[in-house]
Design a protein around this ligand. Sequence first.
Ligand code: AHR
Length: 320
Amino acid sequence: MSILSRLALVASVSVLLSSTAMAADLTVGFSQIGSESGWRAAETSVTKMEAEKRGIQLKFADAQQKQENQIKAIRGFIAQGVDAILVAPVVATGWEAVLGEAKDAKIPVILLDRGVDAPQDLYLTSVASDQVEEGRVAGRWLVDAVKDKDCKVVELQGTVGSTPAINRKKGFEEAIGGKANISIVRSQTGDFTRAKGKEVMEGFIKAENGGKDICAVYAHNDDMAVGAIQAIKDAGLKPGSDLLVVSIDGVPDIFSAMAAGEANATVELTPNMAGPAFDALEAYLKDGKAPEKFIITESKLYTPADNPQGEYETRKGLGY
Ligand code: AHR
C-alpha cells in the first residue's frame, strides 16, 4: 500500500471513530413542558429511547407546564455546559433572552413540537408538524362529513399562547371559511388536558340546549376530545353520531373511542420529534452544516375506515 493510500485510510478511520464516538460523548439537556397529554408522555418516552439508542446522555427537566421552569432548566443546562439543548416551548413568546444566552454560550438549541416568536438565528432548527395544516385537515374532514347540513361547532382550544392552539384554530377556521352552514359557536381553552376538556364540554352542553344544538366538537388534541366524549355520554347523548368528534394527535385512546363508534376523525402527530432532531444535531456537529430551519413532520388523517382497533393495538405500548 502506498504511503498516500495509507494516509487516506488512517484519515477515514479516524473520521469514522470520531463520528461514532461523537454521539456517545454527547450530553443533551431536554426541557419538556410537562405531562398534560398522552401525546406528551409518548414524546418524553420516545426522546429518552432515542437518546439511549444513540448513546446520548439526556438530562431531562419536567417544567410542569410553567415557562419560568423551562427558562430555569435551560439556564441550568447552559451552566452545566451541555452540548445541545432540546426544548418544547410551552408558549410562543418570552424566549429571546434565554435563547440568546444559549447562543452566546455556543450551545445549539433545537425546538421540539412547538414554535417560538423569536429570531430564527436563536435556534438551530425546529422539528414540528405544520400545525395550521393539522387544523385544515380537521376542518376539511368536517366540511366533507356534514356536506350542506347546518352545523354548530364547539371548539376546545389548547394552552393559551401556545403555537398549536393558535395555529390549529387558524387552520380549522380557514378550512370551514366560506361554508355558511358551519360555524364555531363556542370556543374555550381546555389546556390540552382530559379533565379540562371534560369540564369545558360540560359547560358547552349546558349552554347549548343540553348539547342538542351542537353538531360537532373540534378539539385541539385527543385528550380533550376523550374528556368531551365522557361529558357527552354523561349528558345522555351519543358521541360519534349525535355529536361528531374530530381532534388531533392519534393517541391510542382516541382509536379505541373510534373503534367503539364514539370518535370520528383524528389527525396524527408523531411523538418521534427526537429522532429527526438528533439526526440533525449529529450531522451539524460532524460537518458544521446547519440543517433546514424547519423540519416538518407529517399530518395524516385517520377515520373509522382506517382500522382503529388495529391502530390502537399498534400504539398502545409506545409510552402514550
Ligand atoms: O405541541 C403538541 C401538542 O401538545 C399536542 O398535540 C398535545 O397533545 C400536547 O399537549
